[in-house]
Design a protein around this ligand. Structure first.
Ligand SMILES: Nc1ncnc2c1ncn2[C@@H]1O[C@H](COP(=O)(O)OP(=O)(O)OP(=O)(O)O)[C@@H](O)[C@H]1O
Ligand SMILES: [Mg+2]
Length: 283
């Protein structure tokens, strides 16, 4: 699997396993992501989403199984994989001392692109950061940093983009901006793998959704396919379609009720539901 020909599935994962000492986090993960689609990896805190993203972006080695990105095996063709991807990690990787514009220009220069200033200006505009462009990032809100971080990941137009919890900590408007940008990417043929704990994010954005639970993908499908797993519930005269949250809970069931996987329904200014209200610091 080392071809550079256009691939139907720029991300292919088969039998992926990973342990941290005694903790068997991934126990045989399988999935594929079609070109130009948005794939959401959904799971509770600690399910192993970041671990999958780290393996696919060559930051971590799997114990078993195979994964190819843009046709390159992550285990043997790391350099080519890294040239094919961009990764926006769970925690913003922007430089605090630089301004927003300087961060973008720096990345464009590192990628040897022409007209770094124009690239920066376009992205600042697209992510509503033009007014703040000349300010140091240390003065930005969490949401502004997040938007800048994602803008930086788009520089150079890599064919495959990994977004690890791209909208965690964003206000509703910030989330909508990010969603719009992600959709645009996919429309232009970029393949996007995102992880999220926001069920509504997966509902809005993803062409396909996979639920990672107890080390395996326990279900994959379009939102409509996932909803078909549950019969519509009748409430008086109104036929109600199950939400993704109900599908998730029916599949994951009461096992998800340990301290690590409680549903926190109170989270989110916008009334959205998260699988767990806390932000991970465990990796
Ligand atoms: N470097 C590490 N050493 C030991 N354990 C780790 C390490 N990285 C992750 N883990 C553990 O592996 C499990 C999976 O972690 P991972 O970060 O992949 O989960 P996640 O699904 O991304 O969670 P979250 O939603 O909280 O970001 C967790 O129990 C975590 O504590
Ligand atoms: Mg994570």
């Amino acid at each position: 699997m080392t071809t550079t020909a256009p691939l139907a599935e720029p991300i292919r994962v088969r039998g992926l396993q990973k342990s941290y000492k005694d903790l068997h986090v991934l126990r045989g993960v399988d999935f594929g992501v079609a070109r130009g689609s948005v794939f959401a990896l959904l799971g509770s805190n600690g399910a192993g989403k970041t671990t999958v993203v780290k393996i696919l972006s060559t930051l971590l080695k799997a114990d078993a199984g195979t994964a190819t990105v843009n046709g390159f095996d992550v285990a043997t063709r790391g350099a080519e994989v890294r040239e094919s991807i961009s990764l926006t990690g769970q925690f913003a990787a922007v430089d605090e001392i630089l301004t927003g514009r300087e961060n973008l220009v720096l990345v464009a220069q590192l990628r040897h692109l022409k007209h770094p200033g124009t690239i920066a200006a376009d992205l600042l505009e697209r992510f509503s950061l033009t007014e703040a462009a000349g300010r140091k990032v240390s003065t930005y809100s969490g949401g502004m940093r997040r938007r800048l971080d994602i803008a930086m990941s788009l520089i150079g137009s890599p064919p495959v983009i990994f977004l690890d919890e791209p909208t965690t900590g964003l206000d509703p408007e910030g989330r909508i901006e990010v969603w719009r940008a992600v959709r645009e990417l996919a429309q232009h043929g970029t393949t996007v793998l995102l992880t999220t704990q926001y069920l509504d994010e997966a509902e809005h954005l993803a062409d396909r959704i996979a639920i990672l639970h107890h080390g395996r993908i326990i279900v994959t499908g379009t939102l409509a396919e996932l909803k078909r797993l549950l019969p519509p519930a009748k409430v008086e005269y109104v036929e109600k379609q199950p939400s993704l949250e109900e599908v998730f809970l029916a599949i994951v069931g009461s096992e998800g009720k340990d301290a690590n996987a409680d549903l926190d329904r109170s989270a989110g200014l916008d009334g959205s539901t998260r699988l767990n209200g806390s932000t991970a610091t465990d990796d």
